[in-house]
Design a protein around this ligand. Structure first.
Ligand SMILES: [Zn+2]
Ligand SMILES: [Zn+2]
Length: 226
C-alpha cells in the first residue's frame, strides 16, 4: 500500500483527494510492483485509456509523464492502464473492475450537482469533500484484486521520443515540429492553420507576399492567426 506521506504529495500535485485519484494510486502500485520502479527516462511506458484524475497519480508515481512522451493517452473513457517496460517488453494491462468506486451515493451526487451549479453552501462543500476523502480512503485500503483485473499482454512498445527540427508555419509564423507540418497551396502550415485553410476560413490561397519571413522572425510578430 502507498504510504500516507506519498498519498499527500500526489493529492497536492493533483489539487485534491478524490476516489479517481485513489484509483490511479492503486494502479501505480501495480505498475511499480509488476513492471519496475519510477521511470526517470523512458524505460517504462504507460498507455492510459482515460484522461481523468487517476492519470495524475500514474504520472507522479510511475514517472510515465506526458512531457517525457512515455505516457500515451487513448481516449476510450475507461480506467484502463497498460504499463510496459522496454528492457524485455513485459507489459501488464490493469483494468478497473465494475464497482471499484464503491456503491452509488445519492447524497454525494446531489452535492456534486449543487457544487457544479454554484448553488452549494460552504457547509455542503465541506460535506462533499469529506465524503470524497472517505471514499478515497476506502479505495486506498481495498484489496487490489477487488479494484483491478491485471493480466499480462503482448504489445509493441511505441517509438521513443525524438528531437525534430522546427518549421515556421507560413501563416501564423509559429515554429512547428516538422513531422506535424502540412502542405496547402505549396505552403507549409501548422495543423490549426491547415485546417482553417481547408475550411476556407483563412485568407487562402496564402500568398508569400503577405506572409514573408520578416514577421515570423521579429520579436513580436503581429497576430495574423485565424
Ligand atoms: Zn480528482
Ligand atoms: Zn500556423
Amino acid at each position: 500500500m502507498t504510504e500516507h506521506e506519498t498519498v499527500t504529495k500526489v493529492a497536492e500535485f493533483h489539487g485534491h483527494m478524490c476516489p479517481g485519484l485513489a484509483l490511479g494510486i492503486r494502479a501505480a502500485e501495480i505498475a511499480l510492483a509488476e513492471i519496475g520502479p519510477h521511470s526517470s527516462d523512458e524505460e517504462v511506458v504507460a498507455i492510459v485509456e482515460t484522461d481523468m484524475c487517476g492519470v495524475d497519480a500514474v504520472q507522479y508515481l510511475t514517472g510515465c509523464t506526458y512531457g517525457k512522451g512515455n505516457l500515451v493517452h487513448r481516449d476510450h473513457g475507461k480506467n484502463v492502464f497498460t504499463f510496459l517496460r522496454r528492457s524485455d517488453d513485459r507489459a501488464v494491462r490493469v483494468s478497473m473492475r465494475p464497482g471499484a468506486f464503491g456503491p452509488d451515493d445519492p447524497e454525494r451526487e446531489e452535492l456534486r450537482a449543487k457544487i457544479r451549479a454554484g448553488a452549494a453552501s460552504g457547509e455542503e462543500r465541506a460535506r462533499f469533500w469529506q465524503m470524497q476523502r472517505e471514499r478515497s480512503e476506502d479505495v486506498l485500503a481495498a484489496p487490489l484484486a477487488q479494484l483491478y483485473e491485471v493480466r499480462e499482454v503482448a504489445i509493441q512498445p511505441p517509438p521513443t521520443a525524438r528531437i525534430h527540427a522546427s518549421v515556421e508555419c507560413a501563416f501564423c509564423g509559429e515554429p512547428t515540429m516538422e513531422t506535424r507540418v502540412r502542405r496547402l497551396h505549396g505552403q507549409q502550415l501548422c495543423l490549426p492553420c491547415f485546417e482553417q485553410g481547408l475550411a476556407g476560413r483563412s485568407p487562402v490561397p496564402l500568398t508569400t507576399a503577405a506572409f514573408s519571413g520578416d514577421n515570423a522572425t521579429s520579436a513580436a510578430p503581429p497576430q495574423r492567426g485565424p
